[in-house]
Design a protein around this ligand. Structure first.
Ligand SMILES: Nc1nc2c(ncn2[C@@H]2O[C@H](COP(=O)(O)OP(=O)(O)OP(=O)(O)O)[C@@H](O)[C@H]2O)c(=O)[nH]1
Ligand SMILES: [Zn+2]
Length: 394
């Protein structure tokens, strides 16, 4: 009961102070981000605050007439569309060069009244839904936006696994509060990935005998934001080994569950478990809720459509406005520490996983190659992993 009343309080210490409890500001910040993301996902605007300025934001992919009306009511200036530079360049059919924009600085496009409509916004945000636009929007710089605001807005959309495209306008906190729109700060958005990883708690564990590993257990980890759980599949007794075999496996609904031939995830998942079962020390497979290298299943399906029209897996991510790989392996390090595993031999071909884990203080005592033969469908995908992601092929 107390917890329910806490979670309906606005971000900040007031409500909790009334209950006589100390608030961990990090948890309050995560809650604010999680709520803001949920609002964006259902088409409701939120207020992003930082550097003494405020922006009202709505996700181009989900906003409808009502959200746009709320945004217009709170806006203090004409709304713009914030897009990542690669997506903006594609929308304009020319490179984004004026003003010079480093690749990761979002670009603001002026939105004429005709473009400020849900259907047009979706087309501008989504290269797959893109049709011939009725007019080419003009590029405008984003005067008046504190520098940290546009990148944090894009990060917020990415946390929500939404296309990183947002309608944005300077707004007053008073009006957005009157409209009941949620505030979130730049600092909380930027702290979110670290806070979420650090807050993981082991919430359940059960013995689950597997076809390839009869001695297996699954332990579930949940972050304080209430997001999707990450899982550890423990084969044998890896906790007692000095440096057990370990696989960090990012969720792949299509490959892991359906046996999709587009990638190598299914064979890698089953292969890792079988290999751990054959090891005297067993092993641990971390099954991370990072579908599509962190862009989510919906965006991965969009990326597949783009790949069918000629882009490779890396450029398809970029065309959607995402980075090549949006994953953060801090989650894996926290889980290993919680399991009492401080050193591993990593089953991977991906050098970023080795570096990422080591940077978080886990002793990486070696790499064990985890290659599976191409299947006639995933050949180009595997080749791209080697040539563009630097995957080790031996
Ligand atoms: N965005 C995107 N994600 C993909 C694509 N194909 C597979 N994935 C995702 O990539 C992730 C696969 O990651 P991992 O199995 O950890 O593999 P990896 O980074 O290639 O590294 P190792 O397998 O350890 O060598 C899963 O989340 C898949 O859903 C694709 O074409 N686009
Ligand atoms: Zn896959």
């Amino acid at each position: 009961m107390a917890e329910a009343s806490i979670s309906t309080q606005p971000a900040g210490p007031t409500g909790l102070a009334r209950l006589g409890r100390a608030v961990d500001p990090r948890i309050a910040g995560m809650r604010a981000v999680h709520r803001a993301v949920s609002e964006l996902r259902r088409g409701t605007p939120v207020l992003l605050e930082g550097g003494g300025e405020s922006l009202i934001l709505a996700a181009a992919e989900t906003v409808g007439a009502r959200g746009l009306a709320e945004l217009a009511e709170a806006a203090l200036a004409a709304p713009v569309l914030l897009l990542s530079a690669p997506r903006a360049a594609a929308v304009l059919s020319r490179p984004v060069s004026a003003p010079p924009a480093p690749e990761e600085v979002p670009v603001a496009l002026r939105l004429s009244p005709a473009l400020l409509a849900p259907e047009q916004l979706r087309r501008l945000a989504d290269p797959v839904a893109e049709q011939l636009l009725p007019e080419a929007p003009q590029i405008v710089p984003a005067p008046g936006f504190a520098q940290a605001l546009p990148p944090a807005a894009i990060t917020l959309a990415k946390i929500g696994r939404l296309l990183p495209a947002l309608v944005a306008a300077p707004a007053s906190a008073a009006t957005t509060a009157r409209l009941g729109l949620l505030p979130v700060t730049v600092a909380d958005v930027l702290a979110y990935p670290v806070s979420a990883a650090a807050s993981l708690v082991r919430v359940a564990e059960a013995r689950v005998p597997l076809e390839d590993a009869p001695e297996a257990r699954i332990a579930a980890f949940r972050a304080a934001d209430g997001g999707i759980e990450h899982l550890a599949i423990l084969v044998g007794q890896p906790e007692t080994a000095e440096a057990p075999l370990c696989r960090i496996h990012s969720e792949c609904f299509t490959g892991d569950l359906l046996g999709s031939l587009r990638c190598d995830c299914g064979p890698q998942l089953r292969g890792a478990i079988a290999r751990m079962a054959a090891e005297p020390g067993g092993g641990v497979l971390l099954y991370l809720a990072q579908e599509g290298r962190g862009i989510g299943l919906v965006n991965k399906l969009r990326a597949y459509t783009l790949q069918d029209s000629g882009l490779d897996t890396l450029d398809a991510n970029r065309a959607l406005g995402y980075g090549a790989d949006e994953r953060d392996f801090r989650v894996a390090a926290t889980m290993l520490e919680a399991l009492g595993i401080h050193g591993v031999r990593l089953l991977t071909n991906n050098p970023d996983k080795l570096a990422g884990l080591a940077a978080c203080g886990i002793r990486v005592e070696g790499r064990v190659s985890h290659l599976f033969a191409a299947n006639g469908v995933n050949d180009a995908y595997l080749e791209t992993k080697k040539s563009r992601f630097g995957h080790l092929m031996g």
